[in-house]
Design a protein around this ligand. Structure first.
Ligand SMILES: *Cc1c(COP(=O)(O)O)cnc(C)c1O
Length: 818
């Protein structure tokens, strides 16, 4: 890192060179670019040195293949990982700027939807911090996750052109470009008794990588996030075209343009769009071609590939990597099927992120075959061989087992099954989730190949979600522990347990919470124009809008509390601000109706003077990583209320815990393990267990209508959905929500997500929160208990487990490490 004087000069020089301005004339945005380029300069040498060390140490490399990397803003995080937070802030102050203001100029690279993409970003941070050689491989979407505007209570999607003004932390690497081919047909030629497969009449694009640096924390390590852009192939001149070629050139131009245009905004939902499969194959083919070339630069025997390379498939989205690696080994490297299969199966590992049927990718065979004819032939052969294994093992119930496990079945390519068959590891993302995979959803596979299955409970990086998001708390913890080593060793936070009965320390801890609440109050005022009371309980549910996450349960409960305040003079509650933040997939009707409902309820309640401000409801527009950081730090209560068995892990739950917010939640995903760490007396647990949910689903014996008939308070709330109470201008506005709770509809049974079933125990858990919060000392202790016990949920722990059980990487040694 340069010293203060050099940094100052670098910033001033950059402002001059980039904008022909002196620093006092520069806008905040210009200063953001000038500072970012100065920081990038200091990163570059370490980046080069890291990759020299890869080669010198002949390191085994992890390729983390993911359609999404929700990295969030880079500048602040890079400064922290360079260990330069204080110095840079001081320099900015000398120049007359506030570093936080400057950081706010960066648009969030929103190259992901939610948890899955954010997990990938946390993993990259931990890999670099722990000195493991790794590339993230993904797509450079021109438009990331849409920006959300709320217009009259409705979500509106606005394109997010995040690279419009250039992105300072990327480098275009044209020298590593590759051709990716689509469509056409395969011709078989016989060459000296050997079959040769010739792909012809295809369309193609050029894949060009952009590299972003991924810094470890103060260790001199800089890994790479490599995201691929598409360009048309234009190495021929237009005039020479006959008509057919001209047509083809235009098609290639178009394909390149549309290919990386936009991230599909679906979270946990498979839409089956052809362009999505094209995106998958595009970045996978390019990433694999590059990985093989890189391997061959230093190795002569391709059979050694598994010693030096491992690919992790982040969900099924990158599963086409399996037949694509086979294709490269068979057709380009000339290996036999058995050799290629051995290598492929030793290189590929798969992470399962969900058990929900609607999220599982199943491509129609016709579509898959016409888009990827050669790859399909290979899938067909993988399936044929696997089905023979099933037949040999299960001669008596072959048909049933084939139905449950074949990769090709019923006209579909079942991507998860291909990943399980070819991967050497299949992991779930929280203990409960992995158990459900083994005992329910993937039971047949578990029976046939039990050794592949393992659990890796998710984690989050404390560098972003504590050090960057909550500097006050970071400084306080450092003082209390007498060290900042928890920044790379989160279990050290257990040392805070010494202060659980120290009233001064508890008061300081809660004062920091209060300061962070003021910061959020200001953010909400600026972004939403709503005033909220920092002395109220900040009760927060931020995550993607999804029926299984049950924002609807939360808002119905708010409606219930409001009725009680209005109708029951004996009822009292501690002032509470219910804060929501959530994007809904653009085509997800029910989710968008729920956003409208939250905003309609907010309108009525926030404007009712008679309840004396006891309840406020706020919907924070455009939930994203940068706002998340402010929100977690300010939360008093963490809402993790998914229908048990549906949330594979959750990671938002861990970020709240890190920042001292107790959980109100179901025994689902990683909540189970959070409760195990804090003790059940330090969490507010309610609702059906996953076993109970699964049993109801099996037996079809849940009847929400009887709850409606027998519970008048619930009935009143539901009737308010259809009597215009919250939508006087259109009484039908929330009819579909009402119907979804009481009527079955095709395959969807009434109240699919058990909202009415869990309602009463949820309300009870909220009463417990209210009671606990009134006892300030008890609450402070409970809050600090969260932070003190969060150690397990660092992504550093998760990564060490992946390394030990799956990846078998060695730590890179860096001479220039600080
Ligand atoms: C952590 C995070 C998520 C995931 O939240 P869950 O509550 O686990 O679903 C989604 N979006 C953003 C911006 C995040 O930071």
């Amino acid at each position: 890192m340069m010293n203060a004087k050099e940094l100052k000069k670098a910033i001033e020089d950059n402002v001059k060179v980039l904008y022909r301005k002196t620093i006092d004339e520069a806008s905040k945005e210009q200063v953001f670019y000038a500072l970012s380029y100065a920081i990038k300069d200091t990163i570059i040498d370490e980046w080069i040195a890291t990759h020299k060390a890869y080669d010198a140490q002949d390191a085994k490399i992890l390729y983390y293949l993911s359609m999404e990397f929700l990295i969030g803003r880079a500048l602040g995080n890079n400064i922290i990982n360079l260990g330069a937070r204080k110095e840079v802030a001081e320099v900015m102050e000398e120049l007359g700027f506030d570093l936080t203001d400057i950081e706010d100029q960066e648009s969030d690279p929103a190259l992901g939807n939610g948890g899955l993409g954010r997990l990938a970003a946390c993993f990259l941070d931990s890999l670099a911090t722990l000195n493991y050689p790794a590339y993230g491989c993904g797509i450079r979407y021109r438009y990331g996750m849409f920006k959300q505007k709320i217009d009259n209570g409705y979500q509106k999607e606005v394109p997010d052109n995040w690279i419009k003004n250039g992105y300072p932390f990327e480098i275009k690497r044209s020298e590593y470009s590759y051709i990716v081919k689509f469509g056409g047909n395969v011709r078989v030629e016989n060459l000296n008794g050997k079959e040769k497969f010739i792909h012809e009449n295809y369309g193609s694009v050029r894949a060009i990588p952009y590299d972003m640096p991924v810094l470890g924390y103060e260790n001199g390590m800089v890994n790479t996030l490599r995201i691929w852009d598409a360009e048309a192939i234009t190495n021929f001149s237009l005039e020479q075209f006959d008509k057919g070629d001209y047509q083809k050139a235009l098609e290639q131009e178009n394909l390149a343009k549309t290919l990386v245009e936009v991230l599909y905004p679906n979270d946990n939902h498979y839409a089956g769009k052809e362009l999505r499969l094209k995106q998958q194959y595009f970045f996978i083919s390019a990433s694999l071609q590059r990985a093989l070339d890189k391997f061959k630069e230093n190795h002569s025997d391709i059979h050694d590939l598994p010693k030096k390379v491992v690919f992790q498939l982040n969900d099924t989205h990158p599963t086409v990597a399996i037949p694509e690696l086979m294709r490269l080994l068979l057709d380009e490297e000339g290996l036999s099927w058995d050799d290629a299969w051995k290598i492929t199966t030793e290189c590929m590992a798969y992470t399962n992120h969900t058990i929900m049927a609607e999220a599982l990718e199943k491509w129609p065979i016709d579509l898959f075959k016409s888009l990827l004819p050669r790859v399909y032939q290979i899938v067909d052969e993988i399936n044929r061989r696997f089905v023979e294994q099933i037949r040999a093992r299960y001669p008596h119930n072959f048909a049933e087992k084939e139905k449950n496990m074949a990769i090709l079945y019923n006209g579909q390519v079942r991507m998860a099954y291909m990943a399980i068959v070819a991967g050497f590891s299949v992991n779930g993302v929280a203990r409960l989730h992995t158990e459900i995979l083994k005992n329910q959803e993937l039971k047949d596979f578990y029976e046939m190949m039990p050794d592949k299955f393992n659990n890796k409970t998710n984690g989050i990086t404390q560098r972003r979600f504590l050090v960057h998001a909550n500097p006050l708390l970071t400084d306080w913890i450092t003082k209390k522990l007498g060290t900042d080593k928890f920044i790379t060793d989160l279990p050290l936070l257990a040392g805070l347990k010494d202060y659980l009965d120290d009233e001064t320390a508890l008061a300081e801890f809660m004062e920091i919470k209060y300061q962070n609440k003021l910061r959020l109050v200001k953010y909400i005022k600026e972004h939403n124009g709503i005033d909220i009371d920092p002395n109220s309980i900040f009760d927060v549910q931020v995550k993607r809008l999804h029926e299984y996450k049950r924002q609807l349960l939360n808002i119905l409960h708010v409606m219930y509390l409001y009725n009680k305040l209005k109708n029951d003079e004996n009822f009292d509650m501690y002032p509470r601000t219910f804060i929501f933040g959530a994007k809904a997939a653009a085509g997800y009707r029910r989710a968008k109706q729920t956003i409208k409902l939250i905003n309609s309820v907010a309108d009525v309640i926030n404007n009712d003077k008679s309840i004396d401000g006891k309840i406020k409801v706020v919907f924070i527009e455009d939930y994203k990583v940068s706002s998340a950081e402010i929100i977690f730090a300010a939360a008093d209560v963490s809402e993790q209320i998914s229908t048990a068995s549906k949330e594979a892990s959750g990671t938002g739950n861990m970020k709240f815990m890190l920042n001292g917010a107790p959980t109100i939640g179901t025994m689902d995903g990683a909540n189970v393990e959070i409760v195990e760490e804090v003790g059940k007396e330090n969490a507010f647990i309610f609702g059906l267990s996953s076993d109970e949910v699964i049993a109801f689903e099996k037996n079809h014996n849940y009847d929400p209508v009887s709850i409606f008939n027998n519970d008048s308070e619930i009935r009143t709330v539901l009737m308010q959905l259809v009597n215009g109470f919250y939508s006087p201008e259109n009484t039908e506005e929330f009819r579909e929500i009402y119907d979804s709770l009481l009527k079955s509809h095709g395959h969807d049974r009434a109240d699919t997500y058990f909202i009415l079933k869990d309602f009463r125990s949820y309300a009870q858990a909220h009463e417990d929160v209210d009671k606990a919060y009134r006892d300030k000392k008890r609450w402070a202790k409970m809050a600090l208990t969260q932070t003190a016990n969060v150690g397990k949920f660092s992504s550093d722990r998760t990564i060490e487990e992946y390394v030990k059980d799956i990846w078998h990487l060695s730590k890179l040694r860096l001479d220039n490490a600080k």
